[in-house]
Design a protein around this ligand. Sequence first.
Ligand SMILES: C[S@@+](CC[C@H](N)C(=O)[O-])C[C@H]1O[C@@H](n2cnc3c(N)ncnc32)[C@H](O)[C@@H]1O
Length: 306
Amino acid sequence: MKDPYPYILQGLEESPDFYDSNVHQTFADYLISLQESARNLWSSYRSIMVNVDYSDPKIQAVYLVRYYPHYVQMTLEVLRLSPEIFTFGQEINACFFGAGPCPEVAGLAQFLIEHSQKTQSIIAHVYDVDYELWKPGRKITQNFVLPGLWNNNIDWDGKKLDLESANSFESIKDIISNSNLFVFQNCLNEIWNRSIVKNNIEILLEYAPINSFIIIVDLSGYYVNQKMMEDIVEIIEERNKTRNDYKIVGKSKELNVISSLQSPDIVKKYLLTGEDKLIAKKRINFLFLTLRKGEYISDDLLDDIG
Ligand SMILES: C[S@@+](CC[C@H](N)C(=O)[O-])C[C@H]1O[C@@H](n2cnc3c(N)ncnc32)[C@H](O)[C@@H]1O
């Protein structure tokens, strides 16, 4: 995988939303100033139900340096497991839910470099309850990481969309019905109202076009992630009794990925120094569920055919 770190660091250093030389004399001073936020964010993610205020640019900066490079790997690893199934044409229309600064878009681009060179363009529809707040972090992906990793075209759009607001997916039904890929990465453990999210997923299942894929991937170790995936499998099984239009392409209780990425020296020296709560991530453990919409023949019908 191409290392996203240099582009992230360049983005932070060159974006006044993050590093401001009037406030911190050097970029190293700025990284030192992030240590407290790094400890706070680490502690927030240790809660059973996660609640983080991403409006603080320091929290976004820590997210970008400490977690984002590893999270590029999540959607990428899920796609890599079945490149023969995840086939794409010249253009991909994709929706990313709870996307924050969008490492999953970088993961998709990396997969296309490896397995789908005919894909020339991505239209990325980005949705998040904190869509506006995440603008500085997202700009790092749009202006630095994606141009650094992928030479082809990417068009961005998106808006605030709350997975926990009743029928929120109705407002994007036209976009859903024109998309080939839907990704929910790392957002389930911030969900409080599972039943509304399930209703929205049912709306998605309804409007998603034939041959589209849904990828749900989230960290293991959170009860809510496991439960949401089980609930979605139940919804699919129930739906397939009458429609039989979804196949579970992949499902895992846990996937362990040891990171191939090394923190750059400047990060090890000034931010993730190895002290208490400032230890760089070395592996990620996650769960996933992948679905494909199609026109499948039901088992009953196969029995009838003989
Ligand atoms: C841990 S971040 C993950 C961001 C990105 N998907 C990734 O993998 O790095 C969780 C994201 O979920 C978003 N989120 C939390 N609750 C949400 C909700 N109810 N509706 C939509 N997005 C939500 C947060 O704003 C945040 O961007």
